[in-house]
Design a binder for this molecule. Structure first.
Ligand code: SF4
Ligand code: SF4
Ligand code: SF4
Length: 497
């Protein structure tokens, strides 16, 4: 399906007390969307549906299914879409008012790397042999485990970023043990995750198998792509090592994801890359991420690549589906309410060398943290505890969760990183003209709008044609991660398998 054509179809925000509800018509159907939910009706129901939504949005009590259902299917659709929109609006408000309660400890162990990726944003340095300390990990793990226990949620321990964590396996081993000890005090057992470039020995690959519940491997595709973009520090091709690592993980049944960075050259080869990776390594998931802004300005995508990315992504999702492998991108996540990747919003305590916590996932060194002013905590060595600056975190949460003015009426207003990481919320005021300008003209903005719209329309079409007749039926579209409710004339639904 061509995203460009879908893009022209256009969703409009429904006048409904500023709730995030959008409508569009497509052939004989009306599509209503509120984050995470689609309702599809007969196009002839459009005036009645919009009237109901406009009226019900101002009625305070939540409509119950039974009450609405007893009256008409159009009223029921209106009530459900308002419910979903209110839920999304509530979550957005809560995100901006949340207290920082970390549920994940992410450790950037070091700032060294054995690769020299052309588009690397963290610019690791082989000469700096600095890691986080055991005391820092212990104190941070205690803090995170405590909040997880209080909230009765699992504790996640992740290693990545800034450099390559497998270069210091003995440190990582020690840190896992420490985190387990601290979590054990609260009766918890951490789930472990590591992101690696995969250019490691067979011995280290086996270590990954034994030490982690889930492994993320960065691999951009076939050897000629991988070696072009991700060579060793001395320029040597290392794709063979990455391939061996993924084969080892596959052979031992350890779940792993592949992250493929999409550049201005590979944007046209996404489907081929996904087919190659899926057929050869059968990972649990393939994530396609456009290149982040980077100091060398390498391989960046701009608005002229947006349609190619969207079309390529949709085609690669289909290629993944045929092989039973989900293909995702963090730009567009239809099943989530989200904003920028800031650690303070995602409830991540992100420890970096120097035993300080960064509020921004891009910053893996103390000087960068200071420059961006995102230090949110540090180890108090004397007391062996991790101190977080609650007041400062509060101010960061407010600034990072603010929606830019130009985004209020957008289909993605509750589901967008607002340009992050290419544009930082902390570097721009909500009202600055550059922010408004970029909303209509940045690669990430355009991709999110086009892809979200394409996924909604595809999910709605598929559900509509597969439903014979009936009042209301809810279908989970796994590929597009969306709930679809179909309202057709008649008595009971029959959904073709
Ligand atoms: S593996 Fe990661 S940290 Fe290392 S050079 Fe590549 S992008 Fe940078
Ligand atoms: S908005 Fe800024 S601080 Fe937040 S994650 Fe993005 S780049 Fe970092
Ligand atoms: S940045 Fe773009 S896609 Fe995101 S909410 Fe704003 S206008 Fe929509």
């Amino acid at each position: 399906m061509q995203a460009q054509a879908l893009w022209r179809s256009g969703f409009r925000q429904v006048l409904a007390d500023s709730l995030p509800i959008y409508s569009a018509t497509s052939s004989d159907r009306l599509i209503l969307y509120a984050p995470r939910l689609i309702c599809v009706l007969d196009k002839r129901d459009t005036p009645a549906a919009l009237r109901h939504i406009e009226r019900l949005a101002f009625e305070l009590p939540q409509w119950e299914d039974s009450r609405a259902m007893s009256q008409s299917r159009v009223l029921h659709a209106a009530a459900r879409i308002i419910q979903a929109a209110r839920e999304a609006a509530r979550e957005m408000t809560e995100a901006s008012r949340q207290e920082f309660m970390p549920e994940c400890l992410t450790i950037y162990v070091n700032n060294q790397c054995n690769l020299r990726c052309r588009y690397c944003y963290s610019q690791p340095d082989v000469s700096v042999n600095r890691t986080v300390s055991a005391d820092g990990v212990r104190a941070a793990a205690r803090l995170v485990a405590g909040t997880c226990a209080t909230r009765n949620i699992p504790f996640t321990l992740a290693f990545h970023g800034g450099g390559e964590p497998t270069l210091v396996t003995q440190h990582v081993d020690r840190f896992i043990d420490i985190a387990r000890e601290e979590a054990g005090v609260f009766g918890l057992h951490p789930r472990t995750y590591i992101a690696t470039n995969g250019a490691v020995s067979e011995e280290t690959a086996l270590w990954l198998v034994t030490r982690f519940d889930l492994v993320g491997v960065s691999c951009d595709g076939p050897p000629e792509v991988q070696d072009r973009y991700r060579p060793g520090r001395d320029g040597r091709p290392l794709s063979e090592y990455v391939s061996n690592t993924m084969s080892t993980l596959q052979r031992h049944g350890r779940p792993f994801h592949i992250r493929a960075t999409i550049s201005r050259e590979t944007v046209y080869r996404q489907s081929e890359i996904v087919s190659y990776l899926a057929d050869r390594y059968a990972p649990s998931e393939i994530r396609l991420e456009p290149v982040y802004i980077n100091p060398s300005g390498e391989a960046l995508l701009d608005v002229s690549h947006a349609a190619a990315f969207v079309n390529g992504f949709l085609a690669s999702q289909t290629a993944g589906k045929v092989r039973g492998i989900p293909v995702t991108t963090s730009i567009t996540r239809p099943n989530a309410i989200y904003g920028p990747y800031c650690n303070v919003l995602r409830r991540v305590l992100n420890l970096i060398p120097g035993d300080i916590a960064t509020g921004c996932f891009l910053e893996s060194r103390p000087d960068g943290v200071n420059r961006r002013r995102v230090q949110i905590g540090s180890l108090d060595s004397a007391r062996r505890m991790f101190r977080i600056d609650k007041e400062y975190i509060r101010s960061l949460i407010i600034r990072c969760s603010e929606r830019p003015i130009g985004c209020y009426n957008c289909l993605c207003s509750c589901q967008c990183t607002f340009g992050c990481p290419d544009r930082c919320k902390l570097e721009e005021s909500v009202e600055s003209s550059s922010f408004r300008e970029y909303e209509g003209g940045s690669f990430r903005c355009l991709v999110n709008r086009m892809l979200m719209e394409a996924m909604i329309v595809e999910a709605a079409d598929k559900a509509w044609v597969s439903t014979k007749w009936g009042n209301c039926n809810e279908i989970w579209d796994k590929q597009r991660m969306l709930n679809v409710r179909v309202y057709k004339n008649g008595q009971r639904n029959e959904v073709n398998p």
